[in-house]
Ligand binder design. Structure first.
Ligand SMILES: *Cc1c(COP(=O)(O)O)cnc(C)c1O
Length: 371
């Protein structure tokens, strides 16, 4: 028999979460964000499951976008970092990809490059404004130049202004960036459609929903995790976990006082206790920084990790679970046979965020699809 570890992907939960997004955004169109292999859930699987309902998909991997076209996805595809070199332009034209243009070099390439001569009909473009993230996007002077070039270009079907919030999930919020956005687009850019909210902005700042945006870009909430678990749990938002990492206890051990567990002997048994050994370690995407005390569900009961996470396994405390034994179901995160454990809680215990855990699911973990 193979290892008992598997990731279950619940596509009905994904569609349910999409309907929660829809109920929040009103008339705003939705780019379902599927970068990073659909946040680890499988690009093809996620887009097929949402193909009937999504207004568009948003990613930044060109190979991924091409795979979606080959798989028959017809919706607009928003390439969130545009193109990295002009060599890619023929592929943007062939697959009709919507670029986010964030630099003058990109705007000039789009408008002038002979590599885009094959474009038969103009494409919509998104123009990214820097409102405080200070990674990508235009400041005022270059924005006006870029806008003028694009508005004069026969290769452009329409321009949407976009920005990305740095603090939508923090107490600082989005007010400062919204003010900056409005200053940047004042005058020349005022009438143009806008694309603003990520999941946290949709959840926490209703003014960034329909009233403020023509397009929203939710990612993490589609996958059933809350972007701001300290403020509002996924469950309270009506979201359902899409990925569950499920395993089993495949070995047992009785410890005596003073016995240590695992690498570094970091856990020392305070007295006699029973532990279970569970398939699943950092080689599977379980975070190595989860330490003794991190939550885990065994046969419907909550218990804790003891000792360090290894490449292939973790150890769990069975002191208060006398009925647990070989083959008992374990939920490392999600909603599985072992119980319900939000991935946000495991991430917090490891000093990380749900995004990182979901994206890091390793290729060796078998995936079971349902719904
Ligand atoms: C990843 C990403 C999103 C989605 O963010 P979530 O927090 O997952 O909703 C939206 N916009 C941009 C530009 C992104 O890179």
């Amino acid at each position: 028999m193979s290892r008992p570890l598997r990731a279950r992907i619940d596509l009905a939960a994904l569609r349910h979460n999409y309907s929660v997004v829809r109920s929040l955004v009103g008339h705003t169109s939705v780019w379902c964000v599927v970068k990073a292999n659909g946040y680890g859930h499988g690009l093809d699987r996620v887009t097929q499951a949402l193909a009937e309902v999504a207004d568009g998909f948003s990613l930044l991997e060109l190979e991924g976008a091409e795979a979606l076209r080959v798989a028959g996805i017809r919706q607009p595809l928003l390439m969130m970092e545009g193109f990295y070199s002009e060599e890619e332009l023929p592929r943007f034209a062939r697959h009709r990809l919507t670029p986010v243009l964030h630099s003058m070099m990109q705007v000039q390439g789009w408008v002038n490059s002979p590599l885009l001569d094959g474009l038969e009909t103009p494409l919509p473009v998104f123009l990214k404004l820097n409102t405080g993230m200070n990674r990508l996007g235009f400041d005022r002077a270059e924005f006006l130049q870029a806008l003028a070039l694009l508005q004069a270009s026969p290769r452009v079907a329409g321009i949407t202004l976009m920005t990305h919030f740095a603090d939508a999930d923090e107490s600082a919020g989005i007010a400062r960036q919204m003010q900056r956005f409005n200053e940047l687009r004042a005058g020349a850019g005022e009438g143009l459609p806008v694309c603003l909210a990520n999941s946290a902005a949709l959840i926490r700042f209703p003014e960034s929903r329909g009233a403020m945006g023509d397009w929203a870009r939710p990612g993490i909430m589609l996958y059933g995790a809350s972007p701001c678990p300290e403020v509002c749990s996924a469950e309270a938002l009506g979201l359902k976990p899409v990925m569950s990492l499920e395993s089993e206890i495949f070995a047992l051990r009785q410890l005596q006082a003073g016995d240590t567990v695992g690498y570094g002997s970091s856990f020392v048994a305070p007295g006699p206790m029973r532990i279970g050994i569970v398939s699943g370690g950092y080689g599977d995407g379980y975070p190595r920084h989860a330490h003794t005390g991190s939550p885990v569900m065994v046969a419907g009961r909550r218990t804790r990790l003891v000792g360090r996470v290894s490449m292939d396994k973790v150890c769990v405390d069975l002191s208060d679970l006398p009925d647990a034994g070989l083959g008992s179901p374990v939920t490392l995160w999600g909603r599985g046979a072992g119980g319900h454990l939000p991935v946000e809680e495991v991430a917090a215990a490891a000093g990380s965020i749900s995004y990182e855990l979901l994206c890091a699911l390793a290729a060796r973990v078998p995936v079971m699809e349902e719904g």
